[in-house]
Ligand binder design. Structure first.
Ligand SMILES: CC(C)(COP(=O)(O)OP(=O)(O)OC[C@H]1O[C@@H](n2cnc3c(N)ncnc32)[C@H](O)[C@@H]1OP(=O)(O)O)[C@@H](O)C(=O)NCCC(=O)NCCS
Length: 187
């Protein structure tokens, strides 16, 4: 069985190493990171996926941000270890984290990525929503967790201006779930 858990402080060095492995050098110089600098992550949605040997295989993070003053979730980065890509682990983390986001009451999600991959989770190009340049507008994708949540929500994506609300319960291992491997890696 695999295990999906909230990212705890002790996971963070491994998560950073996984992102460094999966993305080009200088990933944090991307303009989208300026929306994240100094803004606390949405801790309960930042998840790690470990294999039965407890090896970190995938991770996903979310940040709060705003469009037209409305709260949005900024999804990413999501990464799967190169030895396990294509086995469905990315899909597992996407679906589990989005389900948690819906349960927590979030209405809308935005990411910058490849539409051919993210459309399977319901993401569509967001016309009229601008990520900091130089972002290709075709890669700015949105998902409604509540029907109509992106209607008339347009303009530049902006940093979350307010300090985070007090978190009633910090994420811990009680929020972990056990999952079967989605695809047989040998098949
Ligand atoms: C993108 C990524 C998270 C997907 O996770 P994954 O576990 O490899 O993907 P899954 O097993 O859930 O899905 C595999 C399917 O997605 C497709 N796919 C993967 N990346 C894709 C992309 N960039 N564009 C289009 N399709 C893609 C595969 O072709 C495969 O298609 P199939 O189901 O028809 O065979 C992972 O490949 C990864 O970490 N890549 C490097 C880092 C990255 O690019 N992260 C995303 C940007 S934030």
């Amino acid at each position: 069985m695999y295990e999906i858990c909230p990212e705890l402080p002790e996971d963070t060095p491994e998560v950073e190493a996984l992102y460094d492995l999966c993305f080009a050098p200088g990933r944090t110089a991307l303009s989208s990171y300026r929306l994240r600098d100094g803004v606390p992550r949405v801790a309960r949605l930042c998840l790690v996926l470990r294999d039965p040997s407890h090896v970190l295989m995938a991770a996903i993070r979310y940040w709060p941000a705003r469009v037209a003053g409305r709260r949005i979730l900024l999804l990413g980065p999501v990464a799967v270890h190169p030895t396990a890509q294509g086995e469905g682990l990315g899909g597992l983390l996407m679906r589990d984290s989005l389900a948690r986001a819906r349960t927590m009451g979030f209405a809308r999600v935005l990411l910058v990525g490849d539409a051919p991959y993210y459309s399977r989770f319901g993401f569509q190009r967001l016309d009229g929503v601008e990520m900091p340049p130089p972002t290709n507008p075709d890669r700015v994708l949105g998902l409604e967790l509540r029907p109509g949540a992106w209607v008339d929500v347009t303009g530049p994506v902006q940093r979350e201006p307010e300090p985070p609300r007090p978190v009633p319960t910090a994420p811990d291992r009680t929020a972990c779930i056990q999952v079967d491997p989605p695809k047989d890696p040998a098949s």
